[in-house]
Design a protein around this ligand. Structure first.
Ligand SMILES: [Zn+2]
Length: 104
């Protein structure tokens, strides 16, 4: 499915708010995840090169800034993931999965 055109933005905002609420900002990487989720919302709303594969639960997204295609499902290929940090690609993948669960 193509994300940018099919996503309900109100539901996305709700799912993102719920996810952020569950994160303890004082936990390890807590602030980073909150940051990653905020960036993921912007990315989901604005990146036209994003699609979700429900079978493999993976999110394909093309980054216009680095011209790279990332496949996020638990792992990722970006620099943040390499360093062991949260990244917006995985945050976006989780948000979309949760969004699909709540709309089903
Ligand atoms: Zn990533």
């Amino acid at each position: 499915m193509n994300i940018a055109t099919e996503i309900n933005r109100e539901q996305l905002a709700e799912v993102a708010a719920e996810s952020i609420k569950k994160i303890n900002p004082n936990s390890k990487d807590g602030k980073r995840w909150i940051n990653a989720i905020a960036k993921a919302v912007i990315e989901i709303e604005n990146n036209p090169f994003m699609s979700f594969d429900a079978d493999s639960h993976s999110l394909l997204m093309m980054s216009e800034t680095s011209n790279t295609i990332y496949t996020a499902n638990g792992t990722c290929q970006c620099k943040a993931f390499e360093k062991g940090f949260p990244c917006r690609h995985r945050a976006a993948c989780r948000l979309i999965m949760r969004l699909l669960e709540t709309t089903r």
